[in-house]
Design a protein around this ligand. Structure first.
Ligand code: ADP
Ligand code: MG
Length: 220
């Protein structure tokens, strides 16, 4: 089995005024190629913080993260950005589309950053996501369900080894939820390690493993 992600002993603290919040308190997590994992837990349990640390968008205060054998934690931002572009697709809670670019140009930008420009991949992904007719739409012209799928299309454009999604079905109707679940499943079957924070039981049931986070710790 190929280990795609290895994280150990992750701690993360937020400070505001005199208050300190321990958002992560010693999290260990590893993901193999082709795995499909749901991260569940109440609001405020640390899911988004964990995903951001795993993706190298944020730096843990303790512990380490490596992706495809390269350490991404506590590295200068340009180094993290390079590893992210090469290996990680991300769909964050607030979306990942640039407003002034069409869906297909958003995808192309992501591919160019990763050095993997491919029109065929863009067309394939848009077709599979039922967005073929929306390729040239601007993000503001998309419905909620289309936005979520377009965000996924962008995350998947550079063919990442690791796909991280923060509540990808939170804003979509039941049909779009099924489409997204199907696509995530398909990605894991193709060998991508897929990790999804979610409150959806339907989505969790489709995964192979459910990890529960509570107050910054993984529950046994
Ligand atoms: P979840 O995604 O599970 O809802 P978060 O990772 O967003 O949880 O938050 C975990 C904890 O960290 C919460 O107590 C939240 O209030 C706090 N937190 C998250 N982001 C920040 C921040 N930027 N500044 C201060 N506290 C934060
Ligand atoms: Mg969150």
């Amino acid at each position: 089995m190929t280990l795609v992600l290895a994280a150990s002993g992750l701690y993360k603290f937020y400070h505001s005024g005199d208050e300190e919040t321990a958002a992560l308190r010693g999290v260990d997590l590893s993901l193999e190629a082709g795995s499909f994992t749901a991260l569940m837990g109440p609001s405020g349990s640390g899911k988004s913080t964990l995903l951001a640390c795993l993706a190298g968008l944020d730096d843990p205060d303790g512990g380490s993260v490596s992706v495809c054998g390269d350490i991404i934690s506590r590295r200068p931002e340009p180094h993290r950005a390079r590893l992210r572009a090469r290996s990680i697709g991300m769909l964050m809670q607030n979306g990942n589309l640039l407003e002034h670019l069409s869906v297909t140009d958003n995808m192309r930008l992501q591919q160019l950053i990763a050095g993997k420009d491919s029109e065929k991949t863009r067309i394939d992904l848009l077709e599979r996501l039922g967005l073929g007719h929306r390729a040239h739409a601007l993000p503001s012209q998309l419905s909620g369900g289309e936005s979520a799928r377009a965000g996924l299309a962008v995350a998947l454009s550079p063919a990442p080894a690791l796909l991280i999604c923060d509540e990808p079905t939170a804003e979509v109707d039941a049909d779009a939820e099924q489409d997204i679940i199907g696509l995530l499943l398909q990605q894991s079957e193709r060998g991508v390690a897929v990790l999804v924070a979610t409150h959806s039981d339907l989505l969790a049931k489709a995964t192979g493993t459910v990890i529960r986070l509570d107050d910054g710790k993984i529950m046994p």
